[in-house]
Structure formats: C-alpha cells, structure tokens
Design a protein around this ligand. Structure first.
Ligand code: AMP
Length: 557
C-alpha cells in the first residue's frame, strides 16, 4: 500500500524553552571573546560580550523611554548593526519588533505602522533612492520643526516617538546614540526585572506578509517560534562557535533575522553583514576576507555571485555550507554553487514567514538529486502533510496543498482573527497555499502555488496590491498583474491594463507613476494594453491565459 503524505521530523533534541534575551546572555557567557557581529559597510566588529553590552544599553534606553512589554516598535532600515541590536534589545524588554521592508514607500509604511499600532519607529537616514526621513515627514508632517515628544501625529495616533539612525537627528526625532545616554537613568536591575517577567511564548516580532491572498497581514511570532527555528536551521548546517556566516539577505525578513541572526546566536557563530543591501561584489569580498564558512541567499543572489566578472579573483575556499531558499532553486545554479563556490554541503530550505520560517530542509548528507529535486524533509519537531481540496491526506506521489504543524506556527495575524482562522485550522495546521508532493521517504517537492503570489528576486509580490494601486491612475479602468518566468529574478511582473475610453497612458507613464509610490521591486517590468481581458464563461479573469500570452509575446520579441 502507498504511504500517506504525512511526515514528522526527528525529536531527539529538546526545543529551547527560553526567551531570546536569555539565549543571548547564555551565548555571551559561553563565548564572550569570540566574534559575534561584523558589519563591513559600517566598519564595526563586536564580540559576544561587546554585543550584549550594546544590546543591554539599548534595552535600558528603551526602558528609559517608557516602552512597556508588548508595545510595538517598528524598524525601517536596511541591514546595519543597529538592526541587530534593536532586534535583541526589543526582545530583552519584551517589546514587539515590527519589521518594515526598507524598499517601502510612504503608503506602505503608513499601512504597516497603523495596522500594528507602533508607538515607536526606528528609522534609517537615507539609502539609495530612499530618503526615509523625508518619506516619514510626508506621513507625519507634525515632526517638522518640533522637539522629540512635542508632536502628535493625526495619521498615526499611537506613534509616540521616532529614533533616527542618522548622525544628526532630524527635527522631532531622537538620535540612536541617545538611547545609550538615556540608559544611564535606568539601573541594570530594572532590565533584569523586566526580562525575568517575560515568557517564551510572548510575541516578539510582527512581519507583514500577505499570507495566501490579499493585503499584508502581520504574522505574529513568539520567542519560542523564532528562537527554535533559528536554532534548528543552523543545527542542520552544523554551525558552531567556529562558524562564520555571511548574511546578505534582508534582516526585515525571517531569512536574515531568524535563520541568520538567531541561527548564529544559538550556536555562537559570527554574523557577517557584507553590505546594507545585496551587492554581489561586497558578498564576494566578505566571504574571502572574513574566511566565511557559510553563506545564505535566494537563488537570484547566487546567480549574481556566480555571474560576477570578478568572482575568480576571490578565494572562496573557506566556504563549506549555507542555505539557498525563498523560491525554487534551479538545478544548474545549485550545481555551480557546490562546484564553483565550494559550498559542498549547501542546503535547500523551504518555509514561510507564518512558520518562522523554515518547515523543511535538506540534510548535510542528502545526495545531489535530493538537494536539487526536493526541499528536503520535515524539520525536527514539526509535522507536514499534503492534502486534497477537502483537507484529506493524499497518498505519497500525489500533488496537493502542503500544511505544517508544530512549534513554528505563528501565534496568528496581528489583530486579525478572521484571517488567522483562514490560515490555521482548528487542529493548528498552517495551510501554506503551496502545492507539493511527498515521496515514500518523506522528501517534499514544491511544484507550484495555489495562491496568487509572485516571487521576484526573493521578494513576495501580491498582484492585488499592485492592481489596486494601478486603479488609482486616472487613465486606468482595470488592471491585472501576472508573473512570468525570468532567468535572473525567477519571475517578472506583467501588468495587463485596460484604459478608460478617451484616456491615454503608455508603459513609461505608468511605470513612473508606480515608481513614485510603491517599492521598486513591485513596479511591473512589462505592460500590455488591451480592450478586454481573457475571461471564462462565468466572467472570471483567466490569469493563466494572460501568463501564456505574455510569455509567447515576449519570446516572439
Ligand atoms: P515568505 O513568507 O516571504 O517567506 O514566502 C514564503 C513562500 O515562498 C512560500 O509559501 C513558498 O511559496 C516560497 N518558497 C519559500 N522557500 C521556497 C523553496 N525552497 N522552494 C520553492 N518555494 C519556496
């Protein structure tokens, strides 16, 4: 008889039953003098003892600001030392860190701050095309010309303060460095008392993600969720206190802050940030100069590293392992990463924000066929099943929706019980919206998505959000966005647009309109102008047809 598509991970190692703050203190006690954090673009290096000192100062500063347990603190910044310190300091005082994508524009920022009810925001200075403070002032004009604490936002009534990462704090904001000064008013015992009152099941992090459909929802994760996931992901890699992990993936996503930061924290390995945002040259330099043993990335990043004209000039031989995840990894890329980048033990991981994120992972001893043909087996302490449209477990070899259960499943979507109930069923299974197949040995392959999501260069894009945005353009009567395969980014966006009669707008005009208001990765690369969309007889738009037509049109040039 064929086995059923159900599997359970190993359970031979106990889960960590502690808060993130307690885990950090334990690591600093074990490895005080080993390197903890290297931030190359800022020229900063910390041992675990130094990092804990910086985290405790920031945490006492947060207490001095009156931040209570459970208050939400947003962070809107590219990768930097302060991001890591803020992550651990918020965890120590029991504040809930709200990750905000640094590519977001004003509307997206306002949505996240409002929905999560952030009372404080840690805000970067400027980076590339983003002047964070200028965008914030558009949302909170009351900041201009005021002292910190002397303004009240009408748009965001819950917001009490902004901590700026700029050298000189703009009007209305505190400077990051002031946290350490304010900390002097708070004795260390006060921090210890706060830490002692926290539970490992408390929420510690909110990450906005669109789940299976619709607008972003705040996946709310506990200490227990993410500390254990980071621990088990890095355990599979065999990271130890001698490990040196280069983290070029964004910290605002679980890949950076859980698999990266918490993976290292639980093993005493060094976190190495090569640059504020992904830059292939900086990654190659970081690996070579820091003698890195491990490297993370989404497939698009590995493709950029492999194709970099200067790659041959860097000694990457210190690399042993790492993770490629986030979207389907092309076989050729995997082979080249093993052969040309020395990552002979590289692993594939699969998961989603709502599950902390990793649910399945290949192992160090899996052969190449498994590593390129599957996303591995169920992680320790978790369960996976593949079900049909009625929720019945399918026999192995049949395609259905993948569901995950266990310690890693989020507490829920922030303030959204209805959406939570739609994602997590009564038996606590998270329905992923991914289509998968399991073999008799429990290896799982991802074969598609039954959700309306596009993954471009590792960034999740929800067509509806872009469609709603395009409707705002006066010339646009209707818009449909689909994803088509792309060699470099995995997928690219095509917007099908119907214009109002008598109006005109070309692709460049619509692209410029998008660029002003939405994050760059959401701006459609291609536009197709039509009189009508392909429809079913019942009047449903046929996105798969649009996808086919767009692919054929692009091929034809
Ligand atoms: P996120 O919530 O941003 O982590 O995105 C989660 C989604 O990314 C999953 O539901 C999958 O659709 C996709 N995904 C993540 N890892 C993989 C992988 N290794 N292979 C294929 N798809 C993946």
């Amino acid at each position: 008889m064929t086995e059923l598509s159900y599997s359970r991970g190993r359970q031979d190692r106990a889960l960590l039953a502690m808060t993130i703050g307690a885990a950090l203190d334990a690591t600093a006690r074990r490895f005080p003098l080993r390197e903890a954090l290297v931030v190359r673009q800022q020229g900063l290096r910390y041992t675990w003892a130094e990092l804990v000192e910086a985290v405790d100062l920031a945490a006492r500063g947060l207490l001095a600001l009156g931040i209570a347990q459970g208050e939400r603190v947003g962070i809107w910044a590219p990768n930097c030392a302060e991001w890591c310190i803020a992550q651990f300091a918020c965890a120590k005082v029991g504040a809930i860190l709200v990750n905000i994508n640094p590519a977001y524009r004003v509307g997206e920022l306002g949505y996240v701050l409002e929905r999560s009810g952030c009372s404080w925001l840690i805000c970067a200075d400027r980076f590339k095309t983003s002047d964070y403070h200028a965008m914030l002032v558009e949302l909170v004009p009351e900041l201009a010309g005021r002292r910190p604490g002397a303004w009240q936002s009408t748009a965001l009534p819950a917001l009490r303060g902004v901590i700026s990462l700029a050298e000189a704090a703009p009007a209305g904001c505190l400077r990051w460095g002031e946290l350490a000064q304010r900390a002097q008013a708070v004795p260390p015992e006060q921090l210890q008392a706060r830490a002692a009152g926290l539970q490992f099941d408390d929420p510690v992090n909110i990450q906005y993600t669109s789940g299976t459909t619709g607008f972003p929802k705040g996946a709310t994760l506990s200490h227990y969720n993410i500390l254990n996931n980071g621990h088990l992901v890095a355990e599979s890699l065999g990271l130890t206190e001698h490990g040196r992990l280069v983290i070029p993936v964004p910290l605002y996503h679980c890949f950076g802050m859980v698999m990266g930061n918490l993976g290292c924290l639980t093993h005493g390995s060094a976190m190495i940030y090569p640059s504020a945002a992904f830059e292939p040259l900086a990654v190659l330099q970081a690996v070579a100069e820091e003698r890195a043993t491990a490297l993370y990335g989404v497939p698009t990043m590995f493709i950029a590293l492999l194709d970099h004209p200067e790659r041959a000039g860097f000694d990457l031989s210190s690399l042993r392992t790492g993770i490629m995840a986030g979207s389907t990894c092309p076989i050729e890329v995997m082979k080249r990463v093993i052969n040309e980048m020395h990552m002979r033990e590289v692993q594939i991981a699969y998961g989603m924000t709502e599950t902390s994120p990793v649910s399945t992972q290949t192992g160090p001893h899996d052969d190449l066929a498994r590593r390129v043909g599957s996303v591995g087996r169920t992680q320790p302490h978790l369960e996976s099943k593949i079900v049909d449209e009625h929720g019945r477990i399918l026999p192995c070899g049949q395609i259905g929706e993948l569901c995950t259960r266990g310690y890693s499943v989020m507490l829920g979507y922030w303030n959204d019980p209805e959406a939570t109930r739609a994602a997590i069923d009564g038996a606590r299974w998270m329905h992923t919206g991914d289509l998968a197949v399991m073999d008799d040995d429990g290896y799982i392959g991802i074969v598609g998505r039954n959700k309306d999501m596009i993954i471009r260069g590792g960034e999740n894009i929800y067509p509806r959000e872009i469609e709603e945005f395009l409707y705002r353009h006066p010339a646009v009567a209707d818009a449909q966005v689909v994803g088509i395969p792309d060699e470099r980014y995995g997928e690219e966006l095509v917007a099908w647009v119907r214009l109002h009669p008598g109006h005109s707008a070309d692709a460049e005009a619509l692209r410029a309109f998008c660029r002003q208001h939405i994050a760059h990765f959401k701006v459609p690369r291609h536009f197709t102008f039509v009189e009508d969309f392909p429809m079913t007889v019942t009047g449903k738009v046929q996105k798969f047809r649009m996808r086919e037509i767009s692919i054929a049109a692009l091929k034809a040039g």
